[in-house]
Design a protein around this ligand. Sequence first.
Ligand code: SF4
Ligand SMILES: [Zn+2]
Length: 285
Amino acid sequence: MVSDKEFVKKFEQKVKNTIKKFNLISPKDKLVVAVSGGKDSTAALYLLKKFGYDVEAVTVDAVIGKYTKENRKNIEKYCKENDINLHIICFREVFGSSLCHIQSLLKQKGLNLRSCAVCGVLRRYLINKFVRKTNAAKVVTGHNASDEAQVYLMNLFKNKQEMNARLGPLPGLIRSKLFVPRIKPLYLVTEDEVERYSKIMNFPVKYGRCPCAFDAYRNYIRNFLNEYKEINPGVHLNIVKHFLKELPELRKKFETSKQVNVCKKCGEPAKEKTCRACQILSHLQ
Ligand code: SF4
Ligand SMILES: [Zn+2]
């Protein structure tokens, strides 16, 4: 095993190379890092600041009990100590309810959606809306190679190649000024590498999983890859590299010239007449 010093140097170089290879950032870009208080987004925030980019951070507090309370406290402390402007958006202030309450209301109406499905839609909605107003060029997320490999396989096994066409270091199929482009600078480092880096750097983060992150299918793929990693340590990265080779074809096949709709309720981008967030929220009334 390489020494911590050597590991840190290589890790940082890999992230720098990823930004360059996929042309993720222009020197004058203003960036907003979507942070959760976890290791991945904290590492992305730390590195982009270290590389000299103009960064701010935004966090969405979904109010998931002790879990988000601790994460929020950690990221607030981190940003304060590192002189980073942090914007906090809270479910309770915007929607009047926590994620768990929203979900139980949906359940009462017969809508059995996974927590991450509800949370993911509402978070992306809030972040895109907020960042567009700041005139930032890009939203940065902390997705790493292991996340990408898992999602790629999940879509592949369900033959949902259109969903895979939306992945990549610069995800999304539709380019519209209503969507702030997202970028993933940790795209070519694995979860294990991010964890080691985060521990060496002593980031104030918690390493457990979100208590609402129950997704049997995702867990199955995650465990399967982690088990297989024992005999093939490069499996996550190999899947991502294979995927990158087929991505241009997938994009060509599924890219749409269709104009994105504007949600008739809130004015945010939408696939249908109303956006997914408004569709979810309409069940709460
Ligand atoms: S793991 Fe799922 S429920 Fe938990 S914060 Fe992330 S998206 Fe929300
Ligand atoms: Zn809407």
